[in-house]
Design a protein around this ligand. Structure first.
Ligand code: MTE
Length: 323
């Protein structure tokens, strides 16, 4: 496999930060930070394509806000969150939002299998209705050294674990994206190890911060953000937050994920954010705040979520925790 092929996230900065992000930064300043914090975004954006379609769970939005995890940055505006994406199934550039509309998100079945009491399948709407939906604002730190601040709606991954009932011998949960190259042209690129997969230890998956996302900005999530179900693990680099999940597989073997299969020296299993551990080809000390006119800020250990997750890594000093 040729792993030197350049991916979208290796594009130079001038290619990945078009002019309209500079303009949206001015809008943020003009609107004031507080107007963009919780509750301040309603009605600010035009309708997205997914909103024009009937979504069977629309009545569940907006969900109640859980502000356990404080955020001291302005929200990234909705237009930017939904139009600057990584979703390799639809191409290696950031502007896949239109292409991603080809993704059929209903019917959508989620399979739970492997080391569980009893494997089963469940329709995504039944799953969502069983879960306590809430809104949380999380920062997203991409391994490419950019970040956003996003109001997700969803439920703790721990709640899915309760439903799945993994055996005590299960040590990991592997999550898998759909595979259908008729819908997703990126999957016709056979040198990539489709489907996109990611994994967490059961301890990580049980941590309250690990969140399964169904919505964004107080509405069902659009396809480009990983509808109808994606992960958000904000203390890890963004590539761990797998989109459009169809399967949760419980196992006692550490899963090898998509990017790890492509280039293990650069993208490992743990991938916890750490400003002191550089990517082999660039620094991780700072990050560009997307939508903030090219502004860079220092990156924080565990992306600022250490208080809630650092304990997960005690005694794992021999692991490559930060790549
Ligand atoms: N999940 C799938 N299935 N395919 C992808 O290409 N990209 C990852 C992650 N999840 C990706 C994915 C990366 S690199 C990042 S930074 C985030 O999704 C981006 O999420 P966003 O587009 O909602 O900002």
């Amino acid at each position: 496999m040729n792993i030197i092929r350049r991916r979208g996230w290796e594009a130079p900065e001038h290619e990945v930060t078009p002019e309209h992000y500079f303009l949206s930064r001015r809008a943020i300043i003009a609107g004031g930070v507080s107007a963009l914090m919780i509750g301040g975004y309603a009605g600010a954006q035009r309708l997205s394509d997914v909103e024009k379609l009937p979504d069977p769970t629309t009545d569940l939005y907006p969900a109640k806000v859980n502000s356990t995890y404080p955020v001291d940055r302005p929200l990234t505006d909705e237009k930017t969150v939904t139009s600057y994406n990584n979703f390799y199934e639809f191409g290696g550039d950031k502007y896949i939002s239109q292409r991603a509309q080809a993704l059929k998100i209903r019917p959508w079945t989620v399979k739970i299998d492997g080391m569980v009491e009893k494997p089963f399948e469940i329709g995504v709407d039944d799953l969502i209705r069983k879960m306590p939906l809430e809104e949380r604002i999380y920062r997203l730190r991409c391994v490419e050294a950019w970040s956003m601040t996003i109001p997700w709606t969803g439920f703790p991954l721990a709640k899915l674990l309760e439903l799945a009932k993994p055996l005590s011998s299960a040590k990991y949960v592997q999550m898998e994206t759909f595979k259908d190259s008729a819908m997703a042209p990126g999957q016709r690129q056979t040198w990539y190890p489709w489907p996109y997969t990611e994994g967490l230890t059961i301890a990580e998956a049980s941590n309250d911060l690990a969140f399964l996302v169904t919505g964004v900005y107080g509405k069902p999530a659009p396809r480009q953000n990983g509808a109808p179900l994606r992960l958000a693990v904000p203390w890890k680099y963004g590539f761990k937050s797998v989109k459009s999940i169809v399967r949760f597989h419980f196992t006692d073997k550490r899963p090898k994920s998509y990017w790890e299969s492509l280039q293990a020296s650069e993208y490992g299993f743990w991938a916890n954010v750490n400003p002191k551990v550089d990517h082999p080809r660039w620094s991780q000390a700072t990050e560009e705040v997307i939508g903030a006119g090219g502004k860079r800020v220092p990156t924080l250990l565990f992306n600022g979520y250490g208080e809630w997750v650092a304990d997960l890594y005690k005694g794992l000093d021999n692991e490559r925790l930060y790549a």
